[in-house]
Design a protein around this ligand. Structure first.
Ligand code: PEP
Length: 644
């Protein structure tokens, strides 16, 4: 537990009286049941960070109480012509055991960069006996844009750049580092993060530390929560498995307040169950339900109206459909198909209306359920098929690929550079992302003209329709963007990284679909998996669906209750349609139709919301008796933040 006094109090006399009160509280505190002052380490460890001029006084007044003293900052030079600076050897020689680096006030008011913070940490580690409290945390804007993980992950990695395990652990087996997670929006504002919010952020911190130093060390590094902690909030915060302590600002300026916080923390900590490594993802297995042997099955969509699934086999120029009861059947369309969309229709014409994003043109058609079996396909010409519009990019190197309909009934369509593996200039980034309006048939670019890519995938929408997911498959990085609802030429904005495919997985993210809770299910072609990443915990895979074939290509929710995941696959070992029932509480949303607005606020509630699931998983985890092995690595937290 640490108290950060910041620029307080105003005089050395006031500082001395606060220190004396603290000293007497803590001597009594430790002496409750004994006349003798107990000379063991305070549990929890207590540190105060007074301003530089009061450090010497603090060390002398607190001597014998067990309370440690730290400096709120340190310079980046060791000695010499650096007027106004303070060095690590100076603070250590005064008796400081700790130094705080990277406090958000130093980052924002004094422009301290991650590089400066890294230098300070290295200097402190070189100064034997000095431990570090490294502060990290996101701003309100970053929090609201779901950037917590990216920001915190990046801050930690940059601050600890080139710092080894051996420097983090001291020779006595103790740890030289504490991380203080302090959301900037909670510092000094009275807005304390909820225990679940703090726990989720601390899991991100620990996961990053695990990536850097392995689980054993990550588990030993204490993570403090900071931001408007009071005697009333401390016990609930400390009941979270990954909250090891608190960094307290305002409330550490009275001896009574700070002592009550330390007391609250010790009693909560005594009831704590051991922390366990992060939960492994839940594993599911999908089974083949249609052995259609597609060369490249893709773009599965479920129509609630038709109670049928539609999908394509791209180079075979086929659209398939299956109502889960009768035999599936297919039709040929005479053009390579990128994807299909349900087509809204006011007339009751038997259903099966589709828009086909073909290489030659976008087509409209109707796949009526006529009971034909899957070998019985007919040519497109005999049935209602018409050209809807030209396709974007009338070039020979690109063709339509992945796409989904937004909540306003427009189709967002991404492209595919046929030469992307060639290494020649034809294989360069030359694809754009487009939005097709069903009424005007106009096509709007959603990326700026200089933002091009090679293979569009993962195109899908958050439940409220305001976020679009996208992956340029060769990069193996999945992004979220703010999606412009207006049709006035506004582009996608606010790019943030959701998941980087870890190096131990082959292949790349292909088609994806979002569940009603906002979790993003991505088919990983080449790895035989579909994985879920929830954008509120970027980088963490919490569900994995295994397939017996290597290349799932896309997925969607279907069935009467939208609680089954249908997965298309490609040859040569696959090609069939696969299906897996979702665990209780997970289901999809109705797929919007091209040409009919489904509104953005019509999201059915799922029985268990995502944070609740996390909490339940966490609770399950803390009652485990035996430590469980670290989970298989299906993902890493995003390694960088970048904005479009
Ligand atoms: C701090 O600045 O480190 C802090 C947590 O402040 P407060 O407790 O006043 O929000």
């Amino acid at each position: 537990m640490a108290g950060n006094w910041k620029l307080n109090p105003s005089t050395v006399q006031e500082a001395s009286s606060l220190l004396k009160l603290l000293a007497s509280n803590f001597i009594h505190h430790r002496d409750n049941n004994s006349a003798e002052v107990v000379q063991h380490q305070l549990q929890p460890e207590v540190i105060v960070f007074p301003p530089f001029p009061f450090i010497e006084r603090a060390v002398s007044i607190l001597e014998g109480t067990g309370i440690k003293v730290g400096a709120q900052n340190v310079g980046t030079a060791v000695k010499g012509a650096f007027t106004g600076e303070v060095s690590t050897s100076m603070i250590r020689s005064l008796g400081c055991d700790y130094v705080m680096v990277g406090h958000s006030e130093r980052r924002t008011i004094f422009d301290e960069t991650d590089e400066i913070i890294n230098t300070k940490i290295k200097l402190a580690l070189e100064e034997g006996g000095l431990k570090i409290v490294l502060c990290v945390g996101e701003s309100l804007e970053e929090y609201e844009n779901e950037l917590l993980s990216s920001v915190v992950n990046l801050q930690i990695k940059k601050a600890l750049k080139d710092i080894s395990k051996d420097q983090i652990m001291n020779s006595g087996g103790g740890c030289n580092l504490i991380i203080a997670y302090e959301p900037i929006w909670a510092i000094g504002t009275g807005k304390v993060a909820t225990p679940v919010q703090a726990q989720m952020a601390h899991v991100v911190v620990r996961k990053t530390l695990e990536e850097l130093y392995g689980w054993d060390i990550a588990n030993q590094i204490q993570i403090q929560y900071g931001g408007s902690v009071t005697p009333d909030s401390i016990a609930d915060l400390m009941s979270m498995a990954d909250v090891d302590g608190a960094l307290v600002g305002g409330a550490s300026l009275t001896a009574d307040g700070f002592t009550r916080i330390v007391d609250g923390a010790s009693s909560a900590a005594s009831g704590l169950l051991p922390r366990l490594p992060p939960l492994p993802p839940k594993e599911l297995t999908a089974l083949e339900v249609v052995s259609c042997k597609n060369v490249l099955g893709e773009s599965p969509i479920w129509s609630v109206k038709d109670q049928a699934l539609y999908w394509i086999s791209a180079p075979e120029e086929e659209v398939w459909t299956w109502n889960l009861i009768d035999a599936p059947y297919r039709r040929l369309f005479g053009t390579t198909i990128g994807c299909i969309a349900l087509r809204g229709s006011s007339s009751n014409n038997g259903g099966g209306n589709l828009l086909i994003a073909g290489e030659r043109a976008f087509l409209e058609t109707r796949m009526t359920q006529r009971g034909e079996n899957m070998n019985d396909f007919s040519s497109a010409s005999g049935e209602q098929v018409s050209v809807f519009c030209d396709r974007p990019e009338q070039t020979e190197t690109t063709r339509p690929n992945d796409g989904r309909v937004d909540r306003e009934g427009r189709l967002v369509i991404g492209m595919y550079n046929n030469y992307h593996r060639s290494g020649s200039s034809e294989g360069e980034n030359n694809c754009g992302l487009y939005r097709l309006d069903p009424i005007t048939k106009s096509i709007q670019s959603l990326f700026p003209s200089n933002y091009k890519y090679r293979v569009s995938n993962c195109i899908s929408f958050s439940p409220d329709g305001r976020t679009l997911y996208f992956c340029d498959t060769p990069t193996r990085k999945v992004y979220a963007f703010d999606y412009p609802e207006s049709a006035d030429g506004t582009l996608l904005s606010n790019r943030r990284l959701i998941w980087t495919m870890p190096s131990n997985l082959p292949g790349g993210p292909d088609g994806a679909q979002v569940d009603a809770d906002g979790g993003l299910w991505m088919a990983i072609s080449g790895a035989g998996l579909v994985v879920r990443v929830h954008p509120s915990l970027p980088g963490i895979v919490d569900y994995v669906v295994h397939l017996p074939v290597k290349s799932p290509t896309s997925c969607t929710f279907g069935g009467i209750d939208l609680d089954e995941l249908f997965i298309t696959t490609r040859g040569p070992d696959g090609g069939g349609l696969y299906r897996v029932k979702m665990p209780f509480g997970i289901r999809g949303l109705p797929e919007p139709e091209f040409g009919s607005s489904s509104g953005s606020g019509t999201v059915p509630m799922s029985p268990v919301s995502y944070p609740q699931q996390q909490q339940q998983q966490q609770q399950q985890s803390v009652v485990q008796e035996k430590p469980i092995a670290p989970p298989p690595v299906y993902g890493s937290a995003p390694s960088y933040l970048d904005t479009l």
